[in-house]
Design a protein around this ligand. Sequence first.
Ligand code: AQP
Length: 336
Amino acid sequence: MEEKVKSSLFSAVQPSGAVTIGNYIGAIRNFVKLQDEYNCIYAVADLHAITVRQEPAVLRRNTLELMALFLACGIDPKKCVLFVQSHVPAHCELAWVLNTISYPGELSRMTQFKDKSAKHAENVNMGLMDYPVLMAADILLYQAALVPVGADQKQHLELTRDLAIRFNNRYGQTFTVPDGYILKDSGARIMSLADPSKKMSKSDDNPNAFVTMGDDRDSILRKFKRAVTDSDSEIRYDPENKPGVSNLLTIYHAFTGKSLADSEREFAGKGYGEFKEAVGEAVADALAPIQAEKARLLADKAYINSIISEGDNAAFRMARKTLSKVYRKIGFYSGE
Ligand code: AQP
């Protein structure tokens, strides 16, 4: 029987802080769902993380922790390629080539560049502006047909497509032009608990704005208790008029699997206090086994290092193949 060729899919998470439940709901838990159906390539994006100033020891620790979290959440290294971005030099090499077909105008228009430049006004560096070109290199190196990203990364994916098409038009068919992959029910954009008009971010200055995957039960309950809601008392999913309550309902739905409508019914007539406590309990219950597994894995650093090393090697080979093709197409002398 003819075996169906699986499409390739690439995604990455930055080790730029403690991973939040936003990263989990929007990205990591979907990575797990996709691993049987696609050739999945997942990276810890440390090259991206340094576009914002990082403490070296913390960056190193966050990289290991993120790898352990990927594994604890159920990403299976036998099914996926799991690696550290800076260990595969082709990412920087292809980004350089793509820079020569990218324009400052299109990069300075990116919402994330504008947001992060405003937030890190003391460190508006070229890497921050070039972030989407490196992201394009990440995706195109693996000829990924699909990229599962949260709604916040859509604009960057659009640029990746533009660069792939621009390169292919100039040098002949080289890159697969990727599509965004929005899983049914995964469009969720988790918002800040302190300001539900902003997305939840691991680098938020206010630690009450986010819940990390490593927070203990007491911190989780406390953060949900303080979550901003509204002066009304109805528990109803209505993101426009009730963004705080809707965000909590989305989180409850994501961690319990109960539909939004069932969740609304469950809390009908109940107060915000009781509702927030139930959301906190549901999140703490869901995170407990992941936290225990992560701690178990971190106690065996040699095992995590062996997974990284295998993933690095596999990624290196795949990336090299595309990069060699690119170098040939643009006319770099190979000595042959
Ligand atoms: N709040 C969110 N809701 C849903 N999905 C989210 N993602 C991030 N925040 C949310 C998704 O997580 C993946 C990894 O993101 P990243 O670490 O590469 O960068 P990011 O999008 O910039 O995430 P953060 O938490 O906001 O990091 P910092 O604060 O360092 O910039 C992506 O697929 C993203 O869509």
